[in-house]
Design a protein around this ligand. Structure first.
Ligand code: D0W
Ligand code: ZN
Length: 682
């Protein structure tokens, strides 16, 4: 600290203490002038910390005005972000960053204004919850606007690199992720071709993002810790769950789900060995990460035909049905809209159809990663998706529209409550109809499937459940691990030199997969997954995959729909729709436990907590089947968690243990010297 600032601070404290003393004890005897001067000094020196007690009526007036301004600011920012994401250029990026700064500035000013209210004197819970939300502004509380601008710029830059990346299969063919590389990973059954697409994507995306990420992390941490409210950026992200035990809670849920995943993993591993040859599978028990039908091995539906339990039963091919029936992109959206309106929820407003971007433009770069947008003016809601005519995209259409239905359900709440009960609730809502939509009953109803497994057709039923497991159960460890990585980075436990090593530790450990080509800390594979460069938290998806089964069970129960959970379709059931809506329209006005209770109340799964029981109930017949099958083939469940094949260990990179010892001794000696010097100098 410089001498000047130290003096300034001392003077400020002196003024402050002196002022309080005189003001409190002698104010009656003071002349009007000294009264005025001291009063002004006091006000100036304390305005940043002392609440001016205002009453509830004033708070209500304040919040009404805030609501108007905040919704307007949100609209302006969303427009700028939309312009950027639907047309990536230097100008649109600069414009978005400008609005990001204006928004931070607005949030900063309003947090100051709201801090004038003394929360301990406000009895109305709603008012104090709203005021607390006005003041919870995250990184915007950091006064260094140059650094805030840098954060926004880095995020835009990283998203731009990710979205413009072309992965090269060889020296001449370089392709975008959507649709080309996604299609190769989904449909190719050629090991070498799959390897090329997998590696090409990571070289083009993650590797180029690597250099930007460390600065992004340290700036976010610097900004979020400024107020002293949060330990690091991960701590801030977790705070949306309003629970001090959140981290442990999700860990416990994950551990309860691990046996289901291990059974699925062992079975799929055995079947994939049949196709690709046992030599591709190391003795550690890991599966190559690029042969599971998805770029990140997070959803395995695309290899259903390779691993179906009863392959002789006709396999479902919704993508083929979409093509054969000449489906259009718009029709995919109409089908999703029809589902939501059939249960008494909402139709898309006219601006949705006017303003959404539903197909990939040919003449400009866009962020193809699908998203749903709330423009905070109660009328303008949009989807941005490079929609392709595939089953996967049809489900994503339902997912994004699910987000919009949530926006519509809470649109008349105060702006600050227009969020999910927690971020996992928004994701859960986005996915819940996929559980009904994918039932064979429903697929037949809308003409995408011509036959459904009958009452006694156990083989058909297992095939169906297994297919669901390839998307819903295969995802669980991935959904859990992405933020394990990110939290560790923000905590400072994982330093830039070991970013990729930590990533593969988690991927090998939790997913039981390994990289098909050598990786090292020169690569940055987390950066090849959208949500890392995009700065979007991921644990919400894990929470969603647990909660959506809880809700599905509750809705099927209140609507009295007979049969096993996995064959329940809530289509056209307005009782189920109304119960769901009861929860949605609460937005984030109450802690999420209350929203959970709202939807599950009066059913056997009634709770205000997350629970894996409904998910396990849903998959119960399959779990039994997998266990038996794995036993029959003497499959050993699991994999060696200490060993990650193909990751170039840092010990090899940084030299032998002997060299490391010498380095250690040298470091210690130089430290001792520094200490000695400082003792002598003093
Ligand atoms: C938003 N986020 C985009 C896109 C892409 C959903 C995604 C995960 C997953 C399987 C303005 C804004 C938010 C919504 C909001 C994101 C998708 C495909 C589906 C995980 C996997 C699955 C469900 C999820 C992945 C999304 N809006 N999914 O940003 O209001 O917060 O649009 O990224 O069935 O890894 O693919 O969640 O919609
Ligand atoms: Zn979503």
């Amino acid at each position: 600290m410089s001498k000047i600032t130290r003096m300034l601070r001392l003077t400020r404290s002196a003024i402050f203490l002196l002022g309080i003393r005189i003001y409190n004890t002698d104010s009656a005897k003071m002349s009007m002038w000294s009264h005025l001067i001291l009063g002004t000094l006091l006000l100036v020196s304390t305005s940043w910390s002392q609440p001016l007690v205002l009453d509830e009526a004033a708070a209500i007036t304040y919040l009404e005005e805030y609501d108007r301004l905040a919704a307007d600011m949100s609209y302006q920012y969303a427009e700028a972000a939309w312009k950027y994401e639907t047309n990536i250029t230097e100008e649109t990026l600069a414009n978005m960053t400008e609005w990001s700064l204006k928004r931070s500035d607005f949030n900063y000013r309003e947090a100051k204004n709201a801090s004038r209210f003394d929360l301990s004197k406000i009895n109305n819970q709603n008012i104090s919850r709203l005021l607390r939300k006005v003041m919870d502004i995250g990184t915007a509380a950091f006064p260094d606007t140059v650094k805030l601008e840098k954060i926004s710029d880095l995020e835009g830059e990283m998203t731009s690199i990710y979205s413009r990346a072309r992965g090269c299969l060889n020296t001449t063919t370089c392709l975008p992720l959507e649709p080309d590389l996604v299609d190769i990973i989904a449909n190719s059954r050629n090991y070498a071709e799959l390897t090329a697409a997998w590696k090409g994507w990571r070289d083009a995306s993650g590797r180029n993002i690597k250099k930007l990420y460390p600065e992004y992390v340290s700036l976010l941490n610097e900004a979020i810790t400024f107020e002293g409210k949060y330990k690091d950026m991960g701590d801030y992200y977790r705070s949306s769950y309003e629970s001090p035990t959140f981290e442990n809670d999700v860990k416990a849920l994950f551990l309860e789900l691990a046996p289901l995943y291990e059974n699925l993993h062992a079975y799929v591993r055995r079947r994939l060995k049949e196709h690709y040859g046992a030599d591709k599978f190391p003795s550690t028990g890991h599966i190559p990460a690029h042969i599971l039908g998805n770029m990140w091995a997070q959803d395995w539906t695309n290899i259903y035909d390779l691993v179906a339990p009863y392959p002789d039963k006709r396999t479902v091919d919704i993508t083929k049905a979409l093509i054969d029936q000449n489906y259009t992109i718009i029709r995919m959206y109409k089908v999703a809209e029809d589902f939501f309106s059939s249960i008494g929820l909402y139709k898309m407003p006219h601006l949705f159809w006017e303003k959404s971007l539903l197909v990939k433009p040919v003449n400009r770069e866009v962020v193809c990663h699908a998203s749903a947008w709330d423009f905070s003016n109660k009328r303008d809601f949009r989807i941005k998706q490079c929609t392709a005519l595939t089953e996967e995209h049809l489900l994503t259409v339902h997912h994004e529209m699910g987000h919009i239905i949530y926006y519509l359900a809470y649109k008349d709440l105060p702006y600050l409550y227009r969020e999910g009960a927690n971020p996992g609730f928004h994701e859960g809502m986005a996915d819940i109809v996929t559980l009904s939509f994918q039932t064979p009953e429903h697929m037949k109803k809308i003409g995408l499937l011509d036959a459904i497994p009958g009452q006694n057709d156990t083989e058909g039923d297992i095939n169906f459940l297994f297919r669901m497991a390839l998307s819903k159960a295969a995802f669980l460890p991935f959904g859990y691990l992405v933020d394990q990585w990110r939290w560790s980075v923000f905590r400072g436990e994982t330093k830039p030199e070991r970013y990729n090593e930590k990533w593969w530790d988690l991927r090998c450990d939790f997913q039981g997969i390994y990289p098909p080509v050598e990786r090292s800390n020169a690569d940055f594979d987390p950066g090849a997954k959208y949500h890392i460069p995009g700065g979007t938290p991921y644990i919400s998806y894990f929470v969603s995959f647990v909660a959506q089964f809880q809700w599905h069970k509750a809705l099927c129960k209140v609507a009295n729909i007979a049969g096993p959970l996995h064959r329940c379709d809530i289509y056209s059931n307005t009782i189920a729709g109304a119960r769901l809506n009861d929860m949605l329209k609460m937005g984030s006005s109450r802690p999420w436990g209350e929203a959970m209770l709202k939807i599950t109340s009066g059913t056997s799964g009634q709770t205000d907590k997350l629970s894996v029981a409904p998910l396990l109930e849903y998959f119960d017949p399959l779990i039994k089947w997998l266990q038996e099958n794995n036993k029959k083939y003497n499959e050993i469940l699991g994999w060696d968690k200490k060993n990650c094949p193909n990751f170039l260990s840092p010990h090899i990179l940084s030299g032998s243990p002997r060299v490391q010892n010498i380095t250690f001794i040298l470091t210690m000696m130089s430290a001792l010297f520094s200490i000695a010097i400082s003792i002598i100098e003093n």
